[in-house]
Design a protein around this ligand. Structure first.
Ligand code: 4AD
Ligand code: MG
Length: 433
């Protein structure tokens, strides 16, 4: 019996007879010779089926094989005659697991985005889509690694919640037995704030839901967020932690995923420039700069999508935009003691036109102030009673931030729209497949 191997490990088995299992990716040839491109999840390899070299029935199988048919191939691994670091399989035997009888819906080129999204379950198999998921996996692991190394432990926040985290207009609502309304979480932040009083520093990482009707290249209705929170960390240190995290993520991708970035035709020069220190500007400075660039943004406005695009196209490093006017930010943010019109917050914007990837702030830690803020925002005192308790029993200065996984994968992979970087995107007009 030939040894079962993965295509990624071919280099360790040169000249050996091995067996691979996978799917037909492409086929060329006719008459005497067939080149079968086979993928097995770990890579793509070329199998060479040469007529006099194999029994008649094996050659017949090569002839009848169709795209995406599943199969097992046995053969000897050889070095490619011309290409460095490329290996081939000299096929000895083929076992067809399932022969695809219909034309595979996705051809190599020329489909519109709507068609591809309708066939997302199949589109995921294509070379670029696979590369994106591999990079996404590296990024997820890099996040865990950096946070664990910096004293953060993972605390899972609930998804079903009695209250909003980021404002009530963007919530998915449902009936919850006899308890009234429940909402799908927009961010686990408030819950991991509770947990820092137990473990000091922690993070969650899971799906969150936004019912906002935004139809932009940056918005999904379901996406993955990592919220981190730390006791005794104030505004500046909060940004320092975020900078370290982003630098670590980009470093890991450059270490592990150059082949995937090449498949995605991602220029890696801008990624190499993601080193400390990042650019820091206040909201006031950014508004002035944007107005000089032709934006009509007002002094107390949030940055619009176009503002983020034009600002970040100007720079080749991530930019912290600090101290937004309090009226455009959430109720829980602490005000700047030097000028209480502004919040002690920062959004981190990715360069090259990508825009916001992180939102974070120091949190209001004074009971009376937070109570007033909750009332001003017309939020339910019942629902926030537990959150206020945190300011009653051993309140401490603390800060945190949330990173949108798809935003960062989209930027690092150089994709235009973030719906391409989540396995099964949910947007306002898509819930299939
Ligand atoms: O800026 P946001 O709304 O901040 C929060 O939810 C805070 N509670 C986080 C915290 O401090 N722990 O969301 C955080 C990040 C954004 O910076 C963005 O990257 C991403 O989540 N994000 C979205 N990604 C995809 N689709 C959407 N609709 C998104 N909304 C926010
Ligand atoms: Mg934000």
């Amino acid at each position: 019996m030939a040894t079962k191997v993965f295509i990624k490990d071919f280099k360790n088995h040169v000249d050996e007879e091995v067996m691979i299992q996978g799917w037909m990716f492409n086929k060329r040839g006719s008459g005497k010779i067939y080149f079968l491109e086979v993928r097995d999840g770990t890579g793509v390899a070329q199998g060479v089926v040469f007529k006099p070299g194999v029994p008649e029935e094996v050659f017949k199988k090569a002839e009848e094989l169709t795209m995406e048919s599943s199969l097992k191939i046995t053969g000897q691994i050889t070095k490619h005659p011309k290409l460095e670091n490329t290996f081939e399989l000299q096929v000895k035997d083929i076992e067809i697991i399932q022969l695809v009888k219909e034309n595979y819906p996705i051809a190599k080129k020329g489909h519109g985005m709507h068609f591809l999204l309708e066939n997302r379950h199949l589109w995921l198999r294509s070379r670029k889509q696979r590369a994106i998921q591999i990079v996404r996996n590296t990024i997820i692991n890099a996040v865990y690694e950096y946070l664990n190394d910096n004293g953060f432990i993972k605390i899972d926040a609930p998804i079903l919640t009695p209250n909003a985290c980021e404002g009530t207009t963007e919530l998915f609502e449902m009936d919850y037995f006899d308890e009234g309304k429940a909402y799908l979480s927009q961010s686990g932040q408030l819950y991991i704030e509770a947990a820092i009083f137990s473990v000091g520093r922690c993070f969650d990482f899971g799906p969150v839901f936004r019912a906002e009707k935004s139809k932009t290249r940056r918005h999904l209705t379901e996406f993955w967020m990592m919220d981190a929170e730390a006791a005794f960390v104030e505004h500046d240190e909060n940004m320092h932690i975020q900078e370290g995290l982003i630098v670590h993520i980009v470093k890991k991708v450059l270490e592990n995923n150059l082949p995937e970035l090449a498949i995605l035709e991602r220029d890696i020069e801008p990624l190499k420039k993601v080193v400390p220190p990042f650019i820091k500007k206040t909201h006031t400075e950014v508004v002035k700069e944007l107005r000089e660039m032709g934006s009509d943004i007002g002094e107390n406005d949030d940055l619009g999508g176009d503002d983020e695009t034009i600002l970040t196209q100007k720079y080749d490093k991530p930019i912290f935009v600090e101290k937004y006017p309090t009226e455009v930010k959430a109720f829980y943010m602490k005000r700047d003691p030097k000028d209480p019109r502004f919040a002690l917050c920062a959004d981190l914007l990715a360069p090259e036109g990508y825009g916001e990837i992180i939102g974070g702030s120091q949190r209001e830690d004074d009971y009376a102030t937070l109570l007033g803020r909750i009332k001003e925002h017309n939020l339910s005192l019942d629902a926030f009673k537990w959150y206020l308790d945190l300011r009653k029993y051993g309140s401490v200065p603390h800060s945190g931030f949330g990173i949108g996984l798809e935003r960062i994968v989209g930027w690092i992979c150089g994709r235009k729209h973030i719906r391409e970087v989540i396995p099964f995107p949910r947007t306002i007009n898509r819930i299939y497949p």
